[in-house]
Design a protein around this ligand. Sequence first.
Ligand code: NIG
Ligand code: FE
Length: 421
Amino acid sequence: MLLIKNISQVLTLRGGPSARCGAAMSDLGIIEDGAILIRAERIVWVGPTRELPAGESNSHYEVFDGVGLDLVALPGFVDSHTHPVFGGTRSDEYDLRSQGKTYQEIAAAGGGIRASVRQLRAASPEQLSVRVERHFRQFLEHGTTTIEAKSGYGLSLEDELKSLQVLAALRSRSRLEVVPTFLGAHDVPDEFRDSRPEYVRRIIEEMIPRVAREGLASFCDVFCDTGYFQVGEARAILQAAKEAGLKLRIHADQLARSGGASLAAELGALSADHLEYIDRRDITRLRKAGTMATLVPGSTFNLGLNRYPPARSLIEAGVPVALATDFNPGSCFTLNMQIILSIACSQMRMTPAEAITAATINGACSLGLSERLGSLEEGKQADIVLMNVANYREIPYFFGVNHCVVTVKKGNIVINRLERT
Ligand code: NIG
Ligand code: FE
């Protein structure tokens, strides 16, 4: 049992499990000088500290008292788009991009995703686990309590299973909550460059049935874009995944208007991600289908591009928007959601309140977990982070530092950089 009290602002994000869109994205449900009571992993009460229920004697609870500190409490970030299983970094490509080479040029020369595939295939499960586990700890330290985690650097049955099994083993011992996604259709591996249909066939007939049967993934994703998988291929793969019981999300319209967003709407995917090149028609389709638009502006920023997804048009059209890091060794090597909020506010003109909504309750919705995660309301799982800032606007405004000082997962303090409970 844990009592957190005297918190300058508690951002409850109250309002039930449904996705927030339009003006509702600005409502953080703020309680000034707030307190939160937690019992057996769940929030049992949240309100102003002065109204703490009488009879809840402090002595029964472990008490975290924020008196005299500038602390803002919010739901742990739900980072709904990450690629954390990789065997090595690609700082050489970063250097090349700084000299003017594009992501596509580097990929065409054999780098990009295929470079990560070579690294992952060469790594043992133990080597992968060490790296992934280190990053899981860093997610928690930066205020993320749940991630979606994709495979997609194996691109063979054996290496995709290896990636998902590493995730499964870590899920059972890490405090970070992990929702696994099968992304065998991330790229066509070198050995199938001259026989793409055969690779698509293997995904559909061998990989998806095996992954589903072994319960190794909740979602299936496809990189549907120019130079990667075409709409027809993506549709076939995702339909097979749906039939096998996997939920769907799509890398859509990142490099060109390639039809991924529209396909996400057609297939009832929970989320369409990236969306740099969507237009009005796509926005209308996403709104009608109720598909989450998951924006990952860290990749646009890190690739040095200037075409960001149209966040304002999406919000104004009533499409729910989520924000995620896209953590991966190629296009976006950060796992810090705080800096994603900063980029969202300064480059896409989302407000700090909209960005926080997108990074919490809407991220949870895109994973189908908003009944349990994404807001600080009675009955919800106690996933709470404390940021050492005077008010919520300072989270994106004061950028490039880690404001997260305390991370609570399932009612337990798992990170405490204040060393004061
Ligand atoms: O989301 N777009 C596809 N996948 C990643 C990049 C992966 C990589 O370059 O390793 C992304 O940006
Ligand atoms: Fe991605």
